[in-house]
Design a protein around this ligand. Structure first.
Ligand SMILES: Cc1cc2nc3c(=O)[nH]c(=O)nc-3n(C[C@H](O)[C@H](O)[C@H](O)COP(=O)(O)OP(=O)(O)OC[C@H]3O[C@@H](n4cnc5c(N)ncnc54)[C@H](O)[C@@H]3O)c2cc1C
Length: 379
């Protein structure tokens, strides 16, 4: 393939969702470049959590639209992605935490989300697998859930291919050819592709791909680690998360528990090597909150990248200097759950000049010049 109307750089959930939604909107002359295999980046390393409970309205809206699309996914794409709406339980351990959840729930309810606060007693009755000592309250949304990120990526890629897109794995973009601020093509390690429009969906490498076009995106990547236990019978419906105690945990369809935390000592890097400290900290901490974990063995431990923007909200925009250079980057720890709505919005913007279902204008890059309010609901 040596020419295309659109070249997408990145074969994670964002790139493949954009590819699928472009095809759905009639733009099928697409090449998607993935330097490794599909979902080899953050997507295939992520927790698979899908929640709508955010402190920033833009995230709530994108997540709510994404849930509508996840609900239709298996019927529309024809693939079971292990989507399970078991809810998300956000635990608060301090008065400040409770206050934050009260104001978040108000904002989320204004957006039409069915979310509520639970008392300690209600938490203990409903979720007996949690040690509630120290818990003050929780926020709960039953339509939150999780899905398998590999399957979701493969499904979008296959559906895009069926509609005419060309998915090129093991093909690395090594340069973007720009003359007089107009894109001419993309250089890859397998040859040149002539195109006038490029979308940067390169996840942890979004900054580097931006630089290929001379665009300096304010994103940087940080290692995040995660592990999975052996499988047991199903006991945990919701994904449980604590911002104050820095953890999230969920049970997969097969019965394994997947869990992680963030690490304030991480420096920006592309390091994807797991480390011992994480494993020791997590295996010491988690059984205190979930006593049943004491009996369980860890099967596998890995790491991936959070591609961070200055406010932990995505940047979905196009360059003002290089024409038709679009980007959907900086997804922090929530790009998987936002991907269906982001792909749809990006495709509508390119196909019709404006989005139809969800407004992404406040996720533009100009916002950083005004100062930012950081998303608070992050691990
Ligand atoms: C441990 C961990 C847990 C997480 N948990 C969750 C969660 O529960 N829920 C959630 O919503 N999000 C979660 N996230 C975040 C989520 O994984 C990301 O936000 C999301 O996967 C971003 O998708 P993406 O397609 O932008 O990036 P990626 O999946 O990284 O895809 C980008 C792709 O671009 C490719 N690429 C890069 N440079 C080039 C190039 N030059 N040429 C060709 N290809 C290139 C890469 O190989 C990669 O495959 C988690 C992340 C981590 C690390």
């Amino acid at each position: 393939m040596n020419k295309a109307s659109v070249v997408i750089i990145g074969g994670g959930i964002i790139g493949t969702s954009i590819a699928y939604h472009l095809c759905k909107n009639g733009i099928t002359d697409i090449v998607l470049l993935e330097k490794d295999y599909l979902s080899a980046g953050s997507t295939g390393r992520c927790g698979g959590g899908i929640r709508q409970q955010w402190s920033e309205r833009a995230n709530v809206r994108l997540a709510m639209r994404s849930v509508e699309l996840f609900q239709k996914y298996s019927e529309e794409i024809g693939l079971d992605i292990e989507y399970y709406q078991g809810g998300y339980l956000l635990l608060a351990f301090t008065d400040e935490g409770v206050e934050l959840f009260e104001s978040n729930v108000k904002l989320q309810q204004e957006e039409g989300l069915d979310v509520k606060l639970l008392t300690k007693k209600e938490i203990a009755e409903k979720f007996s697998f949690i040690n509630t000592s120290g818990v003050k309250a929780a926020a709960f949304c039953s339509s939150d859930g999780h899905a398998n990120p590999h399957l979701a990526t493969m499904g979008y890629a296959k559906a895009a291919e069926n509609l005419g897109a060309n998915i090129m794995t093991r093909t690395k973009a090594i340069g973007i050819d720009v003359i007089n601020n107009k894109i001419q093509g993309v250089n890859t390690d397998k040859g040149y592709i002539k195109t006038g429009l490029v979308i940067n969906a390169a996840g942890g490498y979004s900054h580097e791909v931006g630089q290929m076009a001379g665009v300096d995106l304010p994103t940087e990547s940080y290692r995040h680690q995660i592990f999975v236990t052996e499988p047991v019978e199903h006991i945990m419906d919701p994904l449980v998360i604590s911002f104050e105690n820095n953890f999230y945990i969920r049970q997969t369809k097969a019965g394994n528990f997947v869990m992680g935390q963030s690490d304030d000592d991480e420096k920006p890097s592309h390091n994807e090597n797991p480390g011992w400290r994480f494993l020791i900290e997590m295996t010491t901490k988690m059984p205190k909150f979930f006593p049943f974990l004491k009996q369980m063995r860890v099967l596998r431990h890995w790491a991936g990248l959070y591609n961070m923007s200055p406010d932990a909200l995505p940047i979905i925009d196009k360059s003002t200097t290089i024409s038709d250079f679009y980007y959907a980057v900086g997804f922090s720890g929530h790009g998987f759950m936002l991907a269906p709505a982001v792909g749809e919005a990006m495709a509508e913007w390119i196909a019709y000049g404006k989005t139809r279902k969800v407004d992404i204008s406040n996720l533009n890059i100009k916002r950083f010049a005004k100062g930012v309010t950081r998303e608070k609901n992050v691990v």
